[in-house]
Design a protein around this ligand. Structure first.
Ligand code: AMP
Length: 415
């Protein structure tokens, strides 16, 4: 079912959202992007005359009640954003009466789903080597199924609008969908937008297609790097992984972040790019610092000749120019991961150069997708989020979707 074609009048809808918002020490929300992101779906249900049951996780309580991660802290903010009163169910698995009492146009927020280990469905207190692990896993899967059925019993329609957790087969993101027929389960608007953005990147690619992968380590990005190799014209690898490549190529990288056990992998990536005709762009120079701090002493040097006691913390001027030249003429762009320690203003220039070039390319008609935690923080820091085509809310989910994996949270409502 498609959300636009469904009239929620007289229905009770249970909606999985991602309200895992950052809180300060007093429980105040410091960034409400995720709440705002879900509003179109939630408002559509209320405006149609449906009753709304909102469910989410917050943080990692590991299957135990933790008041610091209670969703009661965000109830008022959700009510304000929705422009209506929101009731709160302090136990997400015992909310049947509150759900049943909801009238059309009323909303109920359930307590943190992850206060129950059944939500994630991983056996607790037993490690994988234990001979009883498989039995414990099987038992937990049964409990997960029951937990999902309890949540499903509150409503007659299920909507999944939580892209951030769509790559997980959790009770509320996927298993619950088994309790609804195809006409009564659907993606929310935010999920639809995310899925379309990924489709835009993977299908009907306008060329040149440039992917920019940064961040700290090559090991966490290898899956997507290998997958992208079959699709892109240009692959820019930047950030901390620069130094693993520089070392693999015989360079001296001083104190730079470097994965010694990934040197062969780096050479393998270089060989694969060559074999596939991908233009692999690696940094040539860097801004090195004599400490990991914003105010350390700096010098520009080759990524292969970093003096002892110094570490590469940002892309150097020649590298920035190379990145800009590659990005600006592109027609499809994916950016995941900063080019340096952008959190320090003095080492943000490489990431800024990338962001500026993406903005120019977008103005010239490119489709640009920025996604994955840190690149989003980065583009927000520069105030350029509105000048790229799409900023994804998903980190792991986005990368897995681009790797070509089927997301359980999407598949569950489409089956
Ligand atoms: P990731 O979570 O793997 O995407 O990594 C993002 C983090 O990588 C950011 O917090 C950056 O500060 C960090 N980073 C980027 N470049 C470097 C570098 N040259 N040295 C150390 N950390 C870096």
């Amino acid at each position: 079912m498609n959300i636009d074609n469904f009239n929620f009048k007289g229905h009770k809808a249970i909606v999985r959202v991602d309200f895992n918002v950052p809180l300060d020490e007093n429980g105040n929300i410091t960034d409400d992007t995720r709440i705002r992101g879900a509003l179109p779906t939630l408002k559509k249900i209320l405006n149609d005359g449906g009753s709304l049951i909102i469910m989410s996780h917050m943080g990692k309580p590991k299957g135990k009640v933790n008041p610091k991660l209670s969703l009661s802290q965000i109830k008022d903010a959700v009510a304000k954003a929705l422009g209506t009163d929101v009731k709160f169910a302090p136990d997400c698995a015992a909310a049947a009466d509150m759900a049943a009492a909801l009238k059309p146009g009323e909303a109920l927020l359930l307590e943190n789903l992850r206060f129950y280990p059944e939500e994630e469905g991983k056996p607790v207190g037993i490690d994988k080597e234990d001979p009883n692990y498989d039995a414990a896993k099987k038992e937990m899967k049964e409990r997960q199924k029951k937990f999902a059925e309890t949540l499903a019993s509150y409503a007659d329609v299920y909507v999944n609008d939580a892209f951030g957790t769509a790559h997980r087969r959790h009770a509320s993101t996927a298993v619950i969908a088994d309790s609804f027929d195809a006409d009564h389960k659907m993606l929310g608007y935010l999920m639809e937008k995310e899925v379309n953005a990924v489709d835009n990147i993977l299908k009907d690619i306008k060329r040149p297609f440039t992917a920019i992968m940064g961040g700290s380590k090559v090991s966490t990005k290898i899956g997507i790097i290998e997958n992208l190799m079959d699709k892109v014209d240009n692959l820019i690898l930047c950030g901390g992984m620069t130094y693993t490549f520089a070392k693999a190529l015989g360079g001296h990288v001083g104190l730079s972040i470097c994965e010694e056990d990934k040197l062969d992998l780096a050479l393998d990536i270089i060989a694969k790019a060559k074999a596939k005709g991908v233009n692999l762009v690696l940094g040539t120079d860097c801004v090195a610092g004599d400490a990991f701090s914003n105010d350390c002493n700096t010098q520009i040097c080759s990524v292969k000749e970093i003096p002892d006691g110094w570490e590469g913390l940002d892309a150097g001027p020649a590298t920035r120019e190379l990145f800009t030249k590659t990005i600006e003429p592109s027609k499809t762009i994916l950016w995941n991961g900063p080019a340096g320690v952008f959190e320090f203003d003095n080492f943000a220039a490489g990431s800024r150069a990338i962001a500026d070039a993406i903005v120019i390319a977008t103005k010239n008609g490119a489709f640009s997708l920025v996604g994955g935690g840190d690149s989003v923080a980065c583009i927000n820091k520069f105030g350029l989020a509105d000048e790229v085509s799409y900023v994804s809310t998903g980190g792991g989910a986005l990368l897995e979707a681009i790797e070509g994996k089927v997301l359980p949270g999407v598949a569950a409502v489409k089956e």
